[in-house]
Design a protein around this ligand. Structure first.
Ligand SMILES: CSC[C@@H](O)[C@@H](O)C(=O)COP(=O)(O)O
Ligand SMILES: [Zn+2]
Length: 212
């Protein structure tokens, strides 16, 4: 006898396919070195498809995607979810409309996080690319991308993120010496936010070099 799963298997398959396709592209761009990075997609109100912990994200297959509930607990599997699962599920739990969370370790993201950790944010102002972030309709705006201190304790990090979200609307944040989290209502929006923030960080880093 087979036990019915508490989520729609077709929906999981759709989410897994989408994650695999997008992660392969991000890995090919060099944004997921040395097994780093993690990715998730909402399946329904109570379930999230997320990458398992460890493993080369450049060789990700559907078999490397598992299901957790909104507390980050594995559902119908004994596999181990991403070590940073809580940073994904806290967003799904807080915002019913969030459908996708992406976390990468590109060089731009990591270097910028180090340079701006002291300030606690990277100020991004006057760029046309700011319009890639939902809600922005003009380049005549400024955004302070938060940089959080790193921690191996996900509850500490999640509490810092929650405190930020109490104060401001945002689509992403950096963690010092670590990488970038970005999210959106679906994969396309989350990916656009991730790429836009990485591009903007790259511009700031380049400007710093040129202005020396
Ligand atoms: C290999 S260093 C990166 C990890 O410590 C972590 O930050 C990360 O992004 C991947 O962790 P994972 O548990 O595979 O989701
Ligand atoms: Zn990481």
């Amino acid at each position: 006898m087979t036990t019915a799963l508490p989520y729609d298997i077709q929906q999981l398959k759709h989410c897994a396919d989408e994650i695999v396709l997008n992660v392969r592209e991000l890995a090919a761009a060099g944004w997921t070195p040395a097994t780093s990075s993690n990715f998730s997609r909402r399946i329904d109100q109570h379930h999230v498809a997320i990458t398992v912990s460890g493993g080369d994200k450049g060789r990700l297959t559907g078999n490397d995607i598992m299901v957790v509930d909104l507390d980050g607990q594995p559902v119908a599997t004994d596999r181990r979810p991403s070590a940073e699962t809580l940073l994904h599920t806290q967003l799904y739990k807080r915002f019913g409309e969030i459908g996708c969370v992406l976390h990468t370790h590109s060089q731009n993201q990591t270097v910028a996080s180090r340079l701006y950790a002291g300030a606690g944010h990277v100020r991004l102002e006057g760029y046309e690319m700011l319009k890639a972030l939902s809600g922005n309709t003009t380049h005549e705006t400024a955004l302070e991308l938060p940089v959080l201190p790193n921690s191996q304790d996900m509850h500490t990090l999640a509490a810092q993120v929650d405190a930020l979200l109490d104060r401001q609307c945002m689509w992403g944040y950096l963690i010092d010496g670590h990488g970038l989290y970005a999210w959106g209502r679906d994969m396309a929006e989350a990916r656009r936010h991730l790429e836009a923030l990485d591009f903007l960080l790259g511009c700031e880093l380049e400007l710093r070099k040129l202005q020396r």
